[in-house]
Design a protein around this ligand. Structure first.
Ligand SMILES: Cc1ncc(C[n+]2csc(CCOP(=O)(O)OP(=O)(O)O)c2C)c(N)n1
Ligand SMILES: [Mg+2]
Length: 409
């Protein structure tokens, strides 16, 4: 992985100094003091494992609940900001639904849907600054949206016409990573580089509940803790790793893992966009002020299949999905917007039209993607070429030629 450290923009504050407040972040919260308090409270498992603490600012009914620890991080949000978060989630879901449909129509080889995880991704994604760096898995379409990656660029790899689709340094958003958990190591190394640069940028690594069992993730926890790396580990616990439930990954709530490595862990309602925004801002603030890593466990649910190749009816019951549907992230913010008179019918109608336009744009862009040159796959394997690759290229050429013969008959 060759990612240039572009993070150095402003000098890193020394550990324990007043944590920086940007935008809605921070009112009245200080770095070290606050962290010690929250580490003790959140990290020691003061509550039993059966009753883990869940940070929630918005109930499924859309009611805003007070939270002394995190209210300050969303206190500055205007009605326009709230509508913006809603728009982000709606457009992300629309794009995701379109991609699933395109796979069903044979336009994509595969798609990994984020359905149900919009709040976790938009909340955390909107907490980031431009100079922060993101290391995603393969499902972070909402985070990509927040980073300004054009949604159509996410589809090339799933159509099989390119190996990535965007310049990671263009938006500080690394390419999708399929090898489970490996990007947490990339993020940790990058964050160690950021610290060496003396920048006050932060790094965020996304991964899943299943990935938490990978050795790579444990190693990145160890290294980031020991080197006090400015990284946020954002685990979307969507309850499933393909057909394996989270109970098969851990005996303790995942956020409590952090304690053993020596940094704080927090469980947040992953279907609550405000809570995800607030908790991620808090964790980023710790990173920026030299206080090291944080584990955020966003407790959410994968509403769809693992990918379009998966059939979840083989391993989970419909009633489980129904229970999570009642906690839908988009519906709860809509209820809140309506109850607070922060959005009118005109807003929702305009957004509906915008969603349809996005769907159309994505459809047209995918169908217009040119097929790559068939022999491009043999390029860039070795800098100076290789006899084995030459042999494979020749075999493939013969195979291709056999079709030409058949057509000529
Ligand atoms: C190292 C590695 N092992 C196995 C796989 C196959 N695999 C792909 S996705 C997946 C499950 C991942 O689950 P989780 O981390 O919970 O993420 P989610 O798909 O639920 O978002 C597995 C085992 C892989 N891609 N990489
Ligand atoms: Mg999972």
């Amino acid at each position: 992985m060759t990612v240039e450290s572009t993070a150095a923009r402003t000098p890193r504050r020394s550990a324990g100094s007043k944590a920086g407040a940007t935008g809605t972040q921070a009112a009245g919260t200080t770095g070290t003091k606050r962290t010690t308090r929250t580490t003790a409270k959140k990290g020691t498992g003061a509550r039993s494992s059966a009753d883990p603490e869940l940070v929630q600012l918005l109930t499924p009914e859309g009611k805003r609940v007070k939270n002394a620890e995190y209210d300050g991080y969303v206190a500055g949000l205007t009605p326009e900001d709230l509508r913006g978060l809603y728009r982000d989630m709606v457009l992300t879901r629309r794009f995701d639904g379109e991609a699933t449909a395109l796979q069903r129509q044979g336009e994509l080889g595969l798609w990994a849907s984020l359905l149900g995880q919009e709040a976790a991704q938009i909340g955390s994604g909107r907490a980031l600054r431009d100079d922060d760096y993101v290391f995603p898995t393969y499902r972070e379409h909402g985070v990509a949206w927040c980073r300004g990656v054009d949604p159509t660029n996410l589809l090339g790899m799933f159509r099989g016409v390119n190996n990535g689709g965007w310049d990671p340094n263009g938006n500080n958003f690394h390419l999708y990573t399929i090898v489970i958990g490996s990007q947490t190591l990339h993020a940790t190394g990058y964050a160690m580089g950021v610290a060496k640069d003396g920048a006050d940028s932060a790094v965020i690594a996304y991964f899943g509940d299943g990935a938490s069992s990978q050795g790579d993730v444990a190693e990145s926890f160890t290294f980031s803790a020991v080197y006090n790396a400015p990284v946020v580990f954002f685990c979307q616990n969507n309850q499933w790793a393909i057909s394996e439930p989270t109970e098969k990954q851990t005996r303790v709530p995942l956020y409590q893992r952090a304690q053993g490595f020596g940094f704080p862990g927090v469980r947040v309602d992953g279907n609550d966009v405000l809570a995800c925004l607030a908790v991620t801002k808090w964790a980023l603030e710790r990173a920026r002020s030299g206080e090291g890593p944080t584990l955020v466990e966003a407790y959410t649910y994968r509403m769809g299949a693992h990918t379009t190749s998966d059939d979840p009816t083989r391993y989970r019951h419909d009633d489980e999905r129904a229970a999570w549907e009642a906690k839908d992230p988009i519906l709860r913010l809509r209820r809140h917007l309506e109850a607070s008179n922060h959005a009118d019918e005109g807003f929702f109608a305009e957004l509906e039209a915008e969603s349809e336009a996005l769907g159309k744009r994505v459809r047209e862009a995918v169908r217009a993607m040119p097929d790559p040159d068939h022999f491009a796959i043999f390029e860039n394997v070795y800098a100076d070429g290789h006899a084995l690759v030459d042999e494979e290229r020749a075999q493939f050429a013969a195979y291709q030629a056999s079709f030409a013969d058949a057509e000529g008959v």
